[in-house]
Design a protein around this ligand. Sequence first.
Ligand SMILES: Nc1nc2c(ncn2[C@@H]2O[C@H](COP(=O)(O)OP(=O)(O)O)[C@@H](O)[C@H]2O)c(=O)[nH]1
Ligand SMILES: [Mg+2]
Length: 318
Amino acid sequence: MNEKAQKFTIGIVGVMSAGKSTLLNALMGRALLPARNLATTAAAMYIYHDSDAAQFTARAACTREALEDVCFELADRDLLDAWNDVFPFIEIRGCLPFLRDAGIHGSVTLVDTPGPNNSMDERHGLTTRSVLQFGDISLLLHVWNASQLATRDDRNFLREVEAWRQTSPVPELFVLNRMDCFDPEKESLAESLKSMQRYLAEENVSFPQITGTSARLALYFRMREALSARERERLEDFVEECGRFRDFYERAYANVDPVLDGAFTELVGTLKREHRMQELSFLNTGVPMLEAVILDHVRRLCPKIVSQKEEDACIRLS
Ligand SMILES: Nc1nc2c(ncn2[C@@H]2O[C@H](COP(=O)(O)OP(=O)(O)O)[C@@H](O)[C@H]2O)c(=O)[nH]1
Ligand SMILES: [Mg+2]
């Protein structure tokens, strides 16, 4: 196996405020990465999965090479926030539960990028492009803001990414984030997925794998113990909405593996029969499906780093 087979790097890209950092926080189960409405992420943040790590630690430097000489510190949101303004390269180490539970103990890195477009700070675009060019990406996660779909920024960036994929043909997963911004009484997720597919087809992206997510809600589920009153209220509203519009968030994905689709449908059926509303609502955030799709890619492209041999679809319920 070549060197690339020993490690797997997932690049997270998308325009400003699509929810990239929030999605990564949801995958970590911790609100570590700076995520706000303003252009937030300025640095390339490399998150190294280590299933043995008891805590998240981090280090920062001005170049990727210089990182090697810096010691790790215990990571928290304030520290990363402060470093984000100063250092272009930040490395984080910690355990990503969805990888650990699938029998992956290391070798996977996720890279958060600032996005291509910040009129206030052109370093953001440079950082994002350097990750694409030099990041040794194995899988690209392209995050879109469902509540502001198909802006000119989206189209320009999509064209740029597709041009890059002509020379680096890595698989690409689309994430339609902020599904919770839809009004179930007036809007249709299925329509939105279809229009995204049409839009991608216009740019010659055929058969795109798309997963709808509500990254912020998934993060709230995972940090239940540490929510503010406002956040708790949002979470309760979401659970209530999932109960009232039982099928609204279901099947908010396109072109995923049929085995995974089948496992997902069966799980939803069981949870409904048993009235397990919290778990059902968590599934409705789409993040468990996204994790399962990512794992599917890791298993196919890099089977050596998966120690567990079971072929079951891994859908986490918490
Ligand atoms: N309603 C809603 N808001 C979200 C979601 N994901 C992210 N956000 C919010 O969108 C804003 C930008 O998110 P951020 O993760 O910083 O976006 P990034 O620039 O792509 O990294 C923040 O205020 C997040 O709380 C989501 O799924 N639903
Ligand atoms: Mg960000």
